[in-house]
Design a protein around this ligand. Structure first.
Ligand code: ADP
Ligand code: MG
Length: 468
């Protein structure tokens, strides 16, 4: 059996990818295939099992944080004071509870670190520290707009077909699409309104439209539930409240699924802000609700790396396990241990920028600062703006050789792979009703690329194979 697709068949493979709906729009509106890999990423059974087993406790953690407004406010309010986006989001909170049912569709993204770092953890960690033992390092957990359930399911169909053709090894089966769609259908039924629809909140121009369309189609095919697709501004302009229900185009919105609303760009107009407020004031089930969205902020991720804080939300045993997967995270004004003694983190990172990533409270790719960008941006950050950023240790991911197909061209590159696990969790007023893992996402990119966007053309959708 061959382990890679031969050059002459790449064109056929691209055509097949298009046939499977593995598509994206380029900024100029042209339709092309989404970037994909022809070299599935090898993972050990133990690492895969660990990652899969972590999904439920991480979902539970996000649900319990979402129930603790005081905690969210304590950590986010100081940032909201200087960040109009966060201010606006936090101000969308209404005191009245209009919907107690929660549905979290999350994706927890990890890198697997290089073998030589496994035993002793990352640079600066002692062997007995909490960061030892696990090969997993969490990049972030996405509580809002966890994308690619459709495209990655289609990639697994493509890779499976190529396996049957003896062109690829057998991949680990993957289908996050079905459980996500089934969860949406259950939420719509739970809402209890006959003929309730799903509102898909989209960005005004969306390159990743096909990933959303695949979900909408399956929701219709399997459950006969239709989708109304609107931007936040459309919701304000066309929506109204009827006895607490959000009504659009004459239909009751049982479920509002955010594929927008996580970046300031989505709130550029007052109409868009009012659209969000209208949704918040209605009884629609939101995926995610505002508190769950806030629970996924990078500031909260950083705070949770502190064992004494994490232990308020999970059992001692679970805390211990989660902590093993956390990379070091700091605030800029924190005093940290360095080889030369204690130092302020901002000062230390200025001299060692290659080992860190500087992150503002933003989602959706392209917002982080890497390496030599860090000292430059640090110079522009005022003291009172410092807590709007978190500093994260750069994760040194395992590298592997991969054939990556981007925009019609295939290239073999030394690559790294980010592996995410989807999680689906139902709760009512914070009480868990069901909580499960729902499959994986792999994004493979050249080792020297910092950011990871698939639609931006940096990262390629991929599958997993079990290490022999
Ligand atoms: P976003 O919310 O924009 O997706 P992420 O935290 O996921 O933000 O960062 C975007 C990308 O940057 C990731 O997909 C990953 O490729 C890279 N990245 C983020 N944090 C780290 C890190 N600590 N070490 C190495 N790469 C990272
Ligand atoms: Mg991310």
């Amino acid at each position: 059996m061959q382990t890679q697709v031969q050059n002459e068949t790449i064109e056929n493979t691209i055509e097949l990818a298009k046939l499977y709906g593995i598509l994206k729009y380029l900024p100029d509106g042209q339709l092309t295939h989404a970037p994909f890999s022809l070299s599935p990423y090898k993972i050990s059974a133990a690492d895969l099992q660990e990652m899969t087993e972590l999904t439920a406790p991480f979902s539970e953690l996000m649900i319990s944080i979402s129930q603790n407004w005081d905690f969210l406010e304590h950590h986010l309010e100081p940032i909201a004071k200087i960040d109009p986006f966060l201010r606006m989001l936090m101000d969308c909170r209404t005191d009245e509870i209009t919907q107690s049912k929660q549905l979290l569709v999350q994706r927890n993204d990890f890198f697997l670190i290089k073998d030589e770092h496994k035993k002793t953890g990352q640079a600066g960690d002692s062997p007995e520290s909490n960061f030892a033992e696990s090969a997993l390092r969490q990049v972030e957990l996405n509580t809002v707009s966890a994308s690619f359930p459709f495209l990655i399911t289609q990639i697994s169909h493509l890779h499976r077909y190529l396996f049957k053709q003896n062109q690829l090894p057998e991949i680990i089966p993957n289908n996050p699409l079905s459980p996500v769609v089934d969860a949406f259908a259950k939420a719509v039924r739970d809402y209890g309104s006959p003929d309730g629809v799903m509102l898909l909140i989209s960005q005004p121009s969306e390159g990743n439209r096909f990933d959303q369309l695949g979900l909408e189609q399956l929701l219709w095919d399997e459950h006969k539930i239709s989708t109304v697709r609107k931007t936040l501004a459309d919701v304000f302009e066309g929506g109204c409240l009827r006895q607490g229900h959000l009504v659009l185009e004459g239909k009751t919105v049982a479920l509002s699924y955010y594929r927008a609303g996580y970046t300031p760009d989505d709130y550029r107009t007052i109409e868009a802000v009012k659209g969000r407020q209208l949704i918040e004031s209605s009884s629609t089930i939101q995926v995610p609700d505002l508190q769950m969205q806030l629970a996924g902020m990078k500031k909260i991720q950083q705070v949770l790396t502190r064992p004494e804080i994490l232990s308020n939300f999970t059992s001692a045993e679970t805390s211990k396990h989660l902590l093993k997967t956390f990379a070091e995270m700091h605030t800029l004004d924190e005093i940290i241990e360095t080889p030369g003694g204690e130092m302020q983190a901002a000062e230390w990172v200025s001299g060692n920028p290659e080992n860190y990533v500087l992150k503002p409270q933003r989602e959706g790719g392209g917002n982080n600062y890497f390496g030599s960008e860090i000292p430059k941006i640090l110079k522009t950050i005022r003291q009172d703006e410092q807590n709007a950023y978190i500093l994260m240790e750069k994760i040194l991911a395992q590298t592997h050789s991969a054939v990556l197909v981007v925009n019609g061209r295939a290239e073999r590159l030394t690559s790294v792979s980010e592996v995410g696990r989807y999680g689906i969790c139902f709760a009512d007023n914070g009480v868990l009703k069901s909580n499960k893992d729902a499959g994986y996402l792999v994004r493979t990119k050249a080792e020297n690329i910092n950011e990871g966007g698939v639609c931006a053309g940096f990262a390629c959708l991929n599958s997993l194979v079990l290490e022999a």
